[in-house]
Ligand binder design. Structure first.
Ligand SMILES: O=C(O)[C@H](O)CO
Length: 375
């Protein structure tokens, strides 16, 4: 039997690579006679660019940019296709993981550093830029990214707004005359980790603002600011940031680059699976194991394990989903994609212990899966 092991990262615990290796180790310690292939995945959020760059054997270009609070951060992006295409991870410059809990400041956090990475990519001569968006600390509708690339966000007196995104409700016009003209000849593709739209109860501020430190008042202010941005963008470009699917990803940065850089917004997991040749790996498999920190109804909204499971199911393959948390009761919708769902925990544990034990839990779960299949 050949098993394809394709988990997402286990948030706050293990990268997708380590999770896949742990499951494979467990299976190899079982009594099952089988071969395995590790195919770690990501859905646009943290780790996506790294996986693409690794899989496509890209060149890593080091760069120093500014973090969400304007401090220098050493990071990198990748070049693939012989240098024609740059692959950027927004979270490397503007990610939540760059801030300590007491530094979270969604009213001021800026995506400027991601714009600096785009600029650095243009400097290499890249003609296409893939940006993985998710895991961000910002809710600025890409105003930071665009400012780094030369756009100016102006108030009623024609002065540039300071303290974005907090001041967005004073936006009156956008000056695009200074926008880096190399962007005109460059295709921008954004890999989105969620399909939420920009505004409202299901939008960037309301759903993802709280995890970036926004209280109820800040969520309201940010949502109103993004609505104002959308209104002015509509006047300036005729493009509707508020209506685009995926526009709520990464604090609306996806919607901003869609409207002002003509970026194409796509489902992160599907793009990753396509570009990394997942279907070829699937071709050889008789069983697929995928997983993530939690597998529940939300998984079906385009998350990584869902992307993997739907492709496996399209080929009639059995799928085992492993997660720290799974629904208590069996769920008909989930069963259409996951033949078996396994919780990896070995007993009652607080979150900190569960996170610390994830690797061991995955090894043991992999071994149990192998032994069960052998039976
Ligand atoms: O960055 C974020 O806001 C979330 O990952 C959703 O895209």
């Amino acid at each position: 039997m050949h098993i394809l092991i394709a988990p997402n990262a286990f948030k706050n615990s293990l990268s997708a690579q380590v999770a896949a290796a742990a499951l494979a180790k467990g299976v190899s310690q079982s009594s099952l006679n089988c071969t395995t292939e590790c195919f770690p995945i990501a859905d646009g959020g943290d780790g996506t660019a790294q996986l693409i760059i690794q899989k496509l054997k890209g060149e890593v270009i080091p760069v120093t940019v500014t973090d969400p609070l304007g401090r220098p951060v050493k990071t990198s992006f990748g070049l693939i296709d012989g240098g024609q295409t740059a692959v950027i991870e927004m979270a490397d410059a503007s990610g939540l993981r760059l801030l300590k809990t007491d530094e979270l400041n969604p009213l001021r956090a800026s995506s400027y550093g991601t714009g600096e990475m785009i600029k650095a990519a243009l400097d290499t001569g890249a003609r296409k830029i893939i940006i993985a968006m998710g895991g961000s600390a910002t809710v600025d509708g890409a105003t930071g990214i665009l400012s780094a690339l030369g756009a100016r966000f102006l108030d009623a007196t024609g002065n540039p707004l300071i303290h974005l995104p907090e001041s967005l409700s004073q936006l009156e016009s956008i000056d695009l005359s200074g926008l880096d003209n190399r962007l005109a000849g460059c295709e921008v593709v954004v890999l989105c980790d969620v399909d939420n739209q920009l505004l409202g109860d299901n939008g960037a501020a309301a759903v993802f603002g709280p995890q970036k430190g926004a209280d109820a008042a800040a969520v309201k202010l940010l949502d109103a600011g993004l609505a104002k941005l959308s209104e002015v963008v509509m006047k300036t470009t005729g493009k509707n940031m508020a209506a685009i699917k995926y526009g709520g990803a990464a604090g609306g940065a996806s919607a901003g680059v869609y409207a002002l850089l003509n970026a194409k917004l796509v489902n992160g997991i599907n793009y990753l699976l396509d570009i990394t040749g997942f279907d070829d790996a699937l071709q050889k498999a008789q069983l697929v194991i995928t997983g993530e920190g939690s597998i529940d109804e939300q998984t079906l909204q385009g998350k990584g394990p869902f992307g993997v499971a739907s492709r496996a199911k399209a080929k009639g393959l059995p799928v085992i989903g492993v997660a720290g948390k799974i629904p208590l009761e069996s769920n008909e919708r989930l069963s259409q994609y996951f033949d078996v769902l396994l919780a990896i925990g070995h007993g009652p544990a607080d979150i900190a212990t569960a996170l610390a034990d994830t690797e061991k839990n995955l090894i043991r779960t992999g071994q149990s899966i192998g032994n069960m299949l052998k039976m």
